[in-house]
Write a protein that binds this ligand. Structure first.
Ligand code: SF4
Length: 90
């Protein structure tokens, strides 16, 4: 599962992000080319543009499921887990 703490700095601000686990396999760029791009210098993908249409949203969700190392995350999910952990520790 992607971790917000390891989020790459290139990601466009918003819901979706890629973290440092990315192995530069090209699956997300192929699945959702409008939203994912490659950092050629360092060899990884990042969210170039957050989804703006239902179709792009669907393709980003598809990219999450297709990423072989689970390097793509949705911020809301992580915030939810963070909150759950905080409350569990009270
Ligand atoms: S699918 Fe996952 S591992 Fe492959 S380039 Fe995209 S973020 Fe990186």
């Amino acid at each position: 599962m992607a971790n917000l703490r390891d989020k790459l700095s290139d990601n466009a601000p918003g819901k979706f992000f890629v973290d440092s686990q990315c192995i530069d396999c090209d699956v997300c760029r192929d699945t959702s080319p409008a939203n994912f791009r490659r950092n050629d210098e360092n060899g990884y993908s990042y969210v170039y543009k957050q989804p703006e249409t239902d179709e792009e949203l669907e393709l980003c969700e598809e990219a999450i499921n297709a990423c072989p190392v689970e390097a793509i995350g949705e911020a809301e999910e992580n915030y939810g887990m963070f909150a759950a952990t905080c409350f569990a520790n009270r």
